[in-house]
Design a protein around this ligand. Structure first.
Ligand code: 3PG
Length: 215
């Protein structure tokens, strides 16, 4: 069976979700699946995150479900109990990484500098979240960083949209991109699940075009 990280790389996009009401989780998951993007990173930026993960993991097992904005080991524990299959953090927290690695749980810690990448390499991590990507210099910065760090792959996140997704995916060092544009909070709270499906399908079409070999 394909492992979680490989599946994320194949999909090429991780929708980053901030959900206010857990009851919106199910229609959201179905909308993403209908758009051909069976993946969601539910961020611990709201009190509904754990319950949303819980209901999605039992109702939509085909959804690749992760927890984002994980700042503490307690949140990681809660996320895993709820059914999260991978952990994403905005920064590089060695203790959180250790906790995940001890449980064979895929973890994508955020890095923004060469020093943080070096620290992540010490943990034998090869796929890292690059955050906040556009604000750090985006594609140009990733090209510069991948000079010395030849084996590192990045999940570029922060300021990625349908307008620049293809440019990111064209870089060999870009493993996938994370983004909230197809699952914006106002679309979720406004019940605009058809629009989420449309934007997810559009994002998948961009991935297919940018990576024809893996389509
Ligand atoms: C994240 O949590 O990684 C970012 O908030 C996502 O960035 P975006 O909202 O610019 O896509």
């Amino acid at each position: 069976m394909e492992n979680t990280l490989a599946a994320l790389g194949r999909l090429g996009i991780i929708p980053i979700v901030k959900i206010e009401r857990a009851e919106d989780a199910l229609p959201l998951g179905k909308a993403l699946i209908a758009g051909g993007l069976p993946c969601a990173e539910i961020t611990f930026r709201t009190g509904a995150a754990a319950q949303a993960i819980q209901s999605l993991s039992s109702a939509c097992p085909e959804l690749m479900l992760g927890a984002g904005t994980v700042l503490t080991i307690e949140q990681a524990e809660t996320a895993v109990r709820a059914g999260a299959r991978f952990i994403v953090a905005p920064g590089f927290d060695p203790e959180l990484v250790d906790w995940c690695q001890a449980r064979d749980l895929p973890v994508l810690p955020g890095v923004a500098t060469a020093s943080e990448i070096s620290a992540a390499l010490k943990k034998r991590l090869k796929v890292l979240k690059f955050f906040p990507s556009e604000m750090l210099g985006g594609v140009a910065m990733l090209k510069a960083l991948s000079g010395p760090f030849v084996d590192v792959k990045f999940v570029a996140t922060g300021g990625v949209s349908s307008a620049n997704l293809a440019t990111y995916l064209a870089l060999p060092c870009v493993y996938a991109c994370g983004g909230s544009w197809m699952v914006e909070s106002k679309l979720i709270s406004g019940g605009q699940f058809g629009e989420i499906t449309r934007l997810a399908a559009q994002a998948c079409a961009i991935v297919r075009q940018a990576r024809p070999a893996s389509a």
